[in-house]
Design a protein around this ligand. Structure first.
Ligand SMILES: [Zn+2]
Length: 276
């Protein structure tokens, strides 16, 4: 069920939260970004890749939330990269006693047993400022920024006209701020500006969750995210279908309410605990 979205770039969608794994074809194998959620889905992806004679040569996690940090042994023991901040964040979490139980608390209960945590978060941090992923394939630029999660990075594959957006620019999920940051609103707006600045020639945008955006939808995604963050900033009610009656996921209006309340309280201490 690998679906091509651009020359040499394919996606594999997981059922949970419309999560997109991204496969980038290189010279001697593929780069695998945010591989998937359930064990059987990742096994399916591993099978699809091996059936078509492709091996995984590197991985990348866009940010240190559990649903972007999973791995299946069938992909092989290859370097799994993330930004230095991403890797340090998850390394700290994994060094805490009882981390497994804590992460289990975030998992959707109906599929928790099907999510393999054994290889979660074994990420090699790329030194701060690393411009692109070290691998044998088209250049994949790392666009790190402060929004949504510590060490969050989007990936720009210029030769293919693709932006892999991590957990931003989704048609299904509204912006979920990193409420532990000192300036979550400001950070998010700066990050959108940064990404928009590099996305000028992008034909295809892949969000971590939701549908692929093409051509004019790319700029519409920026507009929609910016409008939502502006509304949060100004404590206005956003007119955003992602949190309205037609929301893709029924828990999103609740997450929106929690973001509003958190920001209204000033900088409280209880970060959002939504699925990430
Ligand atoms: Zn996330």
């Amino acid at each position: 069920m690998l679906r091509p979205i651009a020359e040499g770039v394919l996606i594999h969608e997981s059922e949970f939260c419309q999560s997109n794994a991204v496969v980038v074809q290189g010279l001697s194998g593929v780069l695998l970004v945010d591989p998937g959620i359930r064990g059987d889905e990742m096994a399916c992806l591993a099978r699809d890749l091996s059936d078509s004679g492709q091996t995984v040569v590197a991985g990348f996690s866009t940010h240190p939330h559990w649903d972007h940090l999973l791995w299946d042994a069938r992909f092989g023991s290859v370097p799994r990269y993330g930004t230095a901040r991403c890797a340090a964040f998850i390394r700290d979490r994994l060094s805490e006693p009882g981390w497994e139980a804590r992460i289990a608390g975030f998992l959707p209960p109906d599929i928790a047993d099907e999510i393999p945590l054994g290889l979660l978060g074994l990420i090699t941090g790329l030194p701060a400022g690393t411009a692109s992923i070290p691998w044998g394939g088209p250049q994949v630029r790392i666009i790190e920024h402060q929004a949504h999660a510590t060490g969050h990075a989007a990936l720009l594959i210029e030769e293919r006209g693709v932006l892999v957006a991590g957990d931003m620019l989704s048609d299904a999920l509204m912006p979920m701020l990193d409420l532990n940051a000192a300036e979550p609103i400001e950070n998010y707006l700066v990050a959108l500006q940064l990404l928009e600045g590099v996305a000028g020639d992008v034909d295809v945008l892949v969000p971590g969750h939701g549908s692929v955006g093409r051509a004019e939808q790319v700029s519409a995604r920026f507009e929609q995210d910016r409008a939502y963050v502006h509304a949060l900033r100004d404590a206005r009610v956003p007119s955003d279908p992602r949190i309205g009656p037609s929301a893709t996921f029924d828990w999103l209006p609740g997450v929106h309410e929690r973001q509003l309340q958190h920001l209204a309280r000033g900088r409280g201490r209880d970060g959002a605990t939504a699925p990430e």
